[in-house]
Design a protein around this ligand. Structure first.
Ligand SMILES: *[C@@H]1O[C@H](CO)[C@@H](O)[C@H](O)[C@H]1NC(C)=O
Ligand SMILES: *[C@@H]1O[C@H](CO)[C@@H](O)[C@H](O)[C@H]1NC(C)=O
Ligand SMILES: *[C@@H]1O[C@H](CO)[C@@H](O)[C@H](O)[C@H]1NC(C)=O
Ligand SMILES: *[C@@H]1O[C@H](CO)[C@@H](O)[C@H](O)[C@H]1NC(C)=O
Ligand SMILES: *[C@@H]1O[C@H](CO)[C@@H](O)[C@H](O)[C@H]1NC(C)=O
Length: 204
Protein backbone atom coordinates (compact mmCIF):
# COMPACT_ATOMS: atom_id res chain seq x y z
CA UNK A 1 0.00 0.00 0.00
CA UNK A 2 2.82 2.36 0.77
CA UNK A 3 4.25 2.01 -2.72
CA UNK A 4 0.91 3.06 -4.18
CA UNK A 5 0.63 5.92 -1.76
CA UNK A 6 4.12 7.11 -2.54
CA UNK A 7 3.53 6.92 -6.27
CA UNK A 8 0.29 8.82 -6.05
CA UNK A 9 1.88 11.56 -4.00
CA UNK A 10 4.77 11.91 -6.36
CA UNK A 11 2.61 11.78 -9.45
CA UNK A 12 0.04 14.19 -8.14
CA UNK A 13 2.16 16.76 -6.45
CA UNK A 14 5.65 16.80 -7.86
CA UNK A 15 6.34 18.27 -11.26
CA UNK A 16 8.39 15.96 -13.46
CA UNK A 17 11.28 18.41 -13.45
CA UNK A 18 12.04 17.84 -9.77
CA UNK A 19 12.97 14.19 -10.24
CA UNK A 20 16.55 14.97 -11.21
CA UNK A 21 19.09 13.92 -8.60
CA UNK A 22 20.50 17.42 -8.46
CA UNK A 23 17.24 18.60 -6.97
CA UNK A 24 17.91 16.89 -3.67
CA UNK A 25 19.22 19.49 -1.29
CA UNK A 26 19.53 20.47 2.30
CA UNK A 27 18.09 23.75 3.49
CA UNK A 28 19.75 25.17 6.54
CA UNK A 29 16.74 27.25 7.38
CA UNK A 30 14.97 28.69 8.99
CA UNK A 31 12.14 27.44 6.86
CA UNK A 32 8.49 26.67 7.34
CA UNK A 33 6.41 23.86 5.90
CA UNK A 34 3.03 24.03 4.20
CA UNK A 35 0.71 21.08 3.53
CA UNK A 36 -0.68 20.59 0.04
CA UNK A 37 -3.20 18.05 -1.14
CA UNK A 38 -6.68 17.72 -2.53
CA UNK A 39 -8.63 20.58 -0.97
CA UNK A 40 -5.57 21.51 1.08
CA UNK A 41 -4.07 24.53 -0.60
CA UNK A 42 -1.05 25.26 1.53
CA UNK A 43 -1.82 24.97 5.24
CA UNK A 44 1.05 26.03 7.53
CA UNK A 45 2.43 23.25 9.73
CA UNK A 46 1.96 23.87 13.43
CA UNK A 47 2.78 22.26 16.76
CA UNK A 48 0.16 21.36 19.34
CA UNK A 49 0.87 19.21 22.42
CA UNK A 50 3.83 17.52 20.78
CA UNK A 51 1.99 16.57 17.59
CA UNK A 52 1.97 17.99 14.07
CA UNK A 53 -1.04 19.69 12.50
CA UNK A 54 -1.56 22.04 9.58
CA UNK A 55 -4.08 24.78 9.03
CA UNK A 56 -5.60 27.59 11.05
CA UNK A 57 -3.62 27.47 14.30
CA UNK A 58 -6.03 29.98 15.85
CA UNK A 59 -8.61 27.21 16.09
CA UNK A 60 -6.38 25.43 18.57
CA UNK A 61 -5.34 28.49 20.53
CA UNK A 62 -8.36 28.44 22.84
CA UNK A 63 -7.52 24.94 24.06
CA UNK A 64 -3.78 25.08 23.69
CA UNK A 65 -2.10 28.42 24.24
CA UNK A 66 1.19 26.79 23.22
CA UNK A 67 0.01 25.84 19.74
CA UNK A 68 2.15 27.70 17.22
CA UNK A 69 3.35 27.55 13.65
CA UNK A 70 6.75 25.87 13.47
CA UNK A 71 9.89 27.23 11.88
CA UNK A 72 12.67 24.71 11.24
CA UNK A 73 16.42 24.62 11.07
CA UNK A 74 18.43 21.59 10.00
CA UNK A 75 20.22 19.86 12.89
CA UNK A 76 22.56 16.87 13.22
CA UNK A 77 22.04 13.99 10.78
CA UNK A 78 19.45 15.99 8.85
CA UNK A 79 17.09 16.30 11.77
CA UNK A 80 14.63 19.18 11.55
CA UNK A 81 14.44 21.27 14.69
CA UNK A 82 11.31 23.35 15.24
CA UNK A 83 10.82 26.65 17.03
CA UNK A 84 7.58 28.62 17.37
CA UNK A 85 6.87 31.44 14.93
CA UNK A 86 5.82 34.68 16.53
CA UNK A 87 4.81 33.09 19.79
CA UNK A 88 6.11 32.51 23.27
CA UNK A 89 5.49 28.86 24.06
CA UNK A 90 6.46 26.17 26.54
CA UNK A 91 8.31 24.34 23.73
CA UNK A 92 11.27 25.25 21.60
CA UNK A 93 13.88 23.38 19.58
CA UNK A 94 11.65 20.30 19.34
CA UNK A 95 12.72 17.73 16.73
CA UNK A 96 10.30 16.57 14.07
CA UNK A 97 9.65 12.84 14.13
CA UNK A 98 7.84 10.29 12.03
CA UNK A 99 6.94 6.86 13.38
CA UNK A 100 9.42 4.09 12.69
CA UNK A 101 8.03 1.17 10.74
CA UNK A 102 7.82 -0.84 13.94
CA UNK A 103 5.63 1.73 15.68
CA UNK A 104 1.93 1.08 16.05
CA UNK A 105 1.05 4.76 16.00
CA UNK A 106 1.28 6.61 12.72
CA UNK A 107 1.31 10.11 14.21
CA UNK A 108 3.88 12.71 13.20
CA UNK A 109 5.12 14.86 16.06
CA UNK A 110 7.93 16.57 17.86
CA UNK A 111 10.50 15.19 20.29
CA UNK A 112 11.06 17.69 23.12
CA UNK A 113 14.42 19.40 23.39
CA UNK A 114 16.96 17.39 25.40
CA UNK A 115 14.84 14.25 25.22
CA UNK A 116 16.44 11.08 23.96
CA UNK A 117 14.75 9.42 21.04
CA UNK A 118 13.41 5.89 21.11
CA UNK A 119 12.92 2.98 18.75
CA UNK A 120 9.36 4.02 17.93
CA UNK A 121 10.30 7.25 16.19
CA UNK A 122 12.72 8.50 13.55
CA UNK A 123 14.10 12.00 13.97
CA UNK A 124 16.86 12.05 11.36
CA UNK A 125 17.21 11.89 7.60
CA UNK A 126 14.88 14.61 6.38
CA UNK A 127 15.59 16.34 3.11
CA UNK A 128 14.02 18.35 0.36
CA UNK A 129 13.52 17.01 -3.13
CA UNK A 130 12.91 20.17 -5.01
CA UNK A 131 10.73 21.98 -2.50
CA UNK A 132 9.02 18.85 -1.13
CA UNK A 133 9.94 17.42 2.27
CA UNK A 134 11.14 13.84 2.04
CA UNK A 135 12.56 11.12 4.28
CA UNK A 136 15.85 9.51 3.31
CA UNK A 137 15.32 5.76 3.59
CA UNK A 138 17.95 3.29 4.78
CA UNK A 139 18.79 2.42 1.15
CA UNK A 140 19.28 6.07 0.28
CA UNK A 141 16.04 6.48 -1.62
CA UNK A 142 13.62 9.26 -0.80
CA UNK A 143 10.07 8.73 0.39
CA UNK A 144 7.17 11.05 1.13
CA UNK A 145 4.47 9.27 3.06
CA UNK A 146 2.78 12.17 4.80
CA UNK A 147 -1.00 12.06 5.03
CA UNK A 148 -3.54 14.38 6.60
CA UNK A 149 -6.81 13.81 8.45
CA UNK A 150 -9.28 16.68 8.97
CA UNK A 151 -9.78 17.21 12.71
CA UNK A 152 -11.63 20.51 12.73
CA UNK A 153 -12.53 23.30 10.34
CA UNK A 154 -9.41 24.20 8.40
CA UNK A 155 -7.10 21.93 10.42
CA UNK A 156 -5.63 18.56 9.48
CA UNK A 157 -3.56 16.26 11.67
CA UNK A 158 -0.38 14.92 10.10
CA UNK A 159 0.28 11.18 9.83
CA UNK A 160 2.92 9.04 8.14
CA UNK A 161 2.22 6.08 5.84
CA UNK A 162 -1.40 5.76 6.99
CA UNK A 163 -4.67 6.23 5.14
CA UNK A 164 -6.62 3.76 7.29
CA UNK A 165 -8.77 6.42 8.98
CA UNK A 166 -9.50 8.34 5.82
CA UNK A 167 -6.30 10.34 5.70
CA UNK A 168 -5.46 11.83 2.34
CA UNK A 169 -1.96 12.00 0.85
CA UNK A 170 -0.32 15.36 1.32
CA UNK A 171 2.98 16.91 0.40
CA UNK A 172 4.82 19.08 2.89
CA UNK A 173 6.60 21.78 0.97
CA UNK A 174 8.99 24.54 1.92
CA UNK A 175 7.10 27.15 -0.06
CA UNK A 176 4.00 29.13 0.88
CA UNK A 177 0.98 29.05 -1.41
CA UNK A 178 0.99 31.80 -4.00
CA UNK A 179 -2.68 32.36 -3.28
CA UNK A 180 -3.08 31.73 0.45
CA UNK A 181 -6.11 30.01 1.97
CA UNK A 182 -8.38 32.62 3.57
CA UNK A 183 -7.12 32.07 7.09
CA UNK A 184 -3.45 32.54 6.21
CA UNK A 185 -2.12 35.96 7.20
CA UNK A 186 -1.53 38.10 4.15
CA UNK A 187 1.88 39.10 5.42
CA UNK A 188 4.68 36.57 5.44
CA UNK A 189 5.29 35.05 8.86
CA UNK A 190 8.66 35.81 10.38
CA UNK A 191 10.45 33.04 12.25
CA UNK A 192 11.02 33.50 15.94
CA UNK A 193 14.58 34.22 16.93
CA UNK A 194 16.35 33.48 20.16
CA UNK A 195 16.56 37.10 21.14
CA UNK A 196 13.07 38.09 20.11
CA UNK A 197 10.61 35.23 20.33
CA UNK A 198 7.71 37.50 19.43
CA UNK A 199 4.52 38.54 21.08
CA UNK A 200 1.98 35.78 21.63
CA UNK A 201 -0.73 38.37 22.17
CA UNK A 202 -0.58 39.26 18.49
CA UNK A 203 -1.23 35.70 17.38
CA UNK A 204 -4.97 36.14 16.97
C1 LIG B 1 -11.74 22.60 23.35
O1 LIG B 1 -11.95 21.60 24.33
C2 LIG B 1 -13.32 21.39 24.64
C3 LIG B 1 -13.38 20.40 25.80
O2 LIG B 1 -12.57 19.28 25.53
C4 LIG B 1 -14.05 20.89 23.40
O3 LIG B 1 -15.42 20.71 23.69
C5 LIG B 1 -13.90 21.90 22.29
O4 LIG B 1 -14.47 21.39 21.11
C6 LIG B 1 -12.44 22.20 22.05
N1 LIG B 1 -12.35 23.27 21.10
C7 LIG B 1 -11.56 23.19 20.04
C8 LIG B 1 -11.54 24.39 19.16
O5 LIG B 1 -10.86 22.21 19.79
C1 LIG C 1 4.30 1.53 5.67
O1 LIG C 1 3.44 0.67 6.41
C2 LIG C 1 3.50 -0.70 6.03
C3 LIG C 1 2.52 -1.45 6.87
O2 LIG C 1 1.25 -0.86 6.81
C4 LIG C 1 4.91 -1.22 6.22
O3 LIG C 1 4.98 -2.54 5.76
C5 LIG C 1 5.90 -0.36 5.46
O4 LIG C 1 7.21 -0.78 5.75
C6 LIG C 1 5.73 1.09 5.84
N1 LIG C 1 6.63 1.91 5.06
C7 LIG C 1 7.30 2.94 5.56
C8 LIG C 1 8.23 3.63 4.62
O5 LIG C 1 7.16 3.33 6.70
C1 LIG D 1 9.00 7.88 21.88
O1 LIG D 1 9.09 9.29 21.84
C2 LIG D 1 7.89 9.94 21.47
C3 LIG D 1 8.17 11.43 21.38
O2 LIG D 1 8.59 11.96 22.60
C4 LIG D 1 6.81 9.62 22.46
O3 LIG D 1 5.59 10.22 22.05
C5 LIG D 1 6.61 8.13 22.57
O4 LIG D 1 5.68 7.85 23.58
C6 LIG D 1 7.93 7.46 22.88
N1 LIG D 1 7.73 6.00 22.85
C7 LIG D 1 8.29 5.20 23.75
C8 LIG D 1 8.00 3.75 23.57
O5 LIG D 1 8.97 5.64 24.65
C1 LIG E 1 -9.20 30.91 12.18
O1 LIG E 1 -9.76 30.37 13.37
C2 LIG E 1 -10.23 31.39 14.25
C3 LIG E 1 -10.66 30.68 15.53
O2 LIG E 1 -11.64 29.73 15.28
C4 LIG E 1 -11.38 32.14 13.61
O3 LIG E 1 -11.80 33.17 14.48
C5 LIG E 1 -10.88 32.75 12.30
O4 LIG E 1 -11.96 33.35 11.64
C6 LIG E 1 -10.28 31.69 11.42
N1 LIG E 1 -9.74 32.33 10.24
C7 LIG E 1 -10.29 32.17 9.03
C8 LIG E 1 -9.79 33.08 7.98
O5 LIG E 1 -11.11 31.33 8.81
C1 LIG F 1 4.13 38.20 13.62
O1 LIG F 1 4.88 39.32 14.13
C2 LIG F 1 4.76 40.48 13.33
C3 LIG F 1 5.69 41.53 13.91
O2 LIG F 1 5.47 41.65 15.31
C4 LIG F 1 3.31 40.93 13.30
O3 LIG F 1 3.17 42.06 12.50
C5 LIG F 1 2.43 39.80 12.76
O4 LIG F 1 1.07 40.17 12.84
C6 LIG F 1 2.64 38.53 13.55
N1 LIG F 1 1.91 37.45 12.92
C7 LIG F 1 1.21 36.58 13.62
C8 LIG F 1 0.52 35.53 12.84
O5 LIG F 1 1.15 36.60 14.83
Amino acid sequence: MFAVLRTSILAALMPAAVFGATQRRAIDGPFELWAYGTGIGGFPLFYSRGLAFAGNVSQFSANDSNAAIASFVTGPDNSWIASPVNATTNWNRATLFIPSTAMESSLVGFLPENSGGNASIETTGFSFYGTTAMKIEADGSLASGFTGLPVSDDVIQIFWNDTSSGQVPIALRGVAPSSPPPFIPATQLTPATGSNPGDASSAS
